[in-house]
Write a protein that binds this ligand. Structure first.
Ligand SMILES: [Zn+2]
Length: 277
């Protein structure tokens, strides 16, 4: 499933084509929202933004489209002349004079009043968005230290969208590995230094991934992995999808475990203990 950085990049791409450009037509194909065809068909897109892994497409008629791609949803941006030959169901399309922006296969698509976005049941539960400027390492540190979250284990906290919105599976492995936090550690039992580092890495790795289209290691490190013949899914990370490869920091083999049926890759040496260091 795409995580916060991937969804924010998709929103940027869509926004570039739709905001400030004349939209010639909006075509709604998805039955649950087809009743909005008439009003949205006459509207322009004012902004495209994200909240965690959800996208909000705001129209100038006071309505917003909430969409969550889950596993199967895809956004595409193409020239209008490009034929899409694939086996996906079209949900909605936006046509400008040159481009077609389309959402495919998502099942979580709703039209809501822009003024009521914050009341949407999914959005209302979200914590601060990891890519928003106000979500600084010190905000994350405060949350790690808070009564509400300090007794939770690291592996579940990192996927809890009410803690921080936008983190997902690969970011979880990467953040915990690069901050040396054991997946079962609880914030309450960690040293202040370790919590600071955890908070810092939560922010910086998410921003790095957003800015580099998916890297969570410096470009040089990724290039070295590529030269060693590693596939992209491994060389772009320090731990995730590097199971059975040596840890960049200590050489120990990275180990894969499953938490609630989702992959978590970690270094048994660098992330040794669930206590303070
Ligand atoms: Zn290591």
């Amino acid at each position: 499933m795409p995580e916060g950085p991937e969804i924010r990049r998709a929103a940027d791409r869509i926004s570039k084509k739709l905001v400030g450009n004349q939209i010639e037509s909006v075509n709604i194909i998805y039955p649950p929202i087809v009743e909005y065809q008439e009003i949205l068909g006459k509207s322009q897109v004012e902004s495209v933004t994200t909240r965690g892994k959800a996208m909000l497409t705001r129209f100038d008629c006071g309505l917003s489209m909430y969409s969550h791609n889950q596993l199967y949803g895809r956004w595409t941006v193409n020239r209008r002349s490009t034929e899409m030959n694939w086996n996906r169901s079209l949900r909605i399309e936006f046509l400008t004079d040159k481009f077609a922006v389309r959402l495919w296969s998502a099942t979580d698509v709703e039209i809501i009043p822009t003024s009521a976005e914050e009341n949407h049941p999914f959005i209302a539960k979200l914590g601060p968005d990891i890519l928003d400027d106000y979500c600084t390492p010190s905000v994350i540190y405060e949350r790690l230290n808070s009564k509400r979250f300090r007794n939770r284990n690291a592996a579940s906290l990192m996927l809890d969208q009410s803690f921080i919105a936008g983190l997902g599976n690969y970011l979880r492995s990467e953040i915990l590995h690069q901050s040396g936090v054991n997946p079962s550690a609880k914030p309450r039992l960690l040293s202040d230094d370790k919590l600071q580092r955890w908070a810092e890495k939560t922010k910086t790795l998410s921003v790095l991934s957003y800015e580099t289209a998916g890297l969570t290691v410096p470009e040089g490190v990724a290039m070295e992995g590529k030269e060693r013949g590693e596939p992209r899914r491994s060389y772009r990370h320090s731990a995730f999808c590097r199971n059975e490869l040596p840890c960049h920091y200590c050489g120990t083999e990275i180990v894969r475990m499953r938490v609630a049926n989702r992959r978590l890759d970690f270094c048994p040496e660098c992330q040794k203990t669930s206590n303070s260091d």
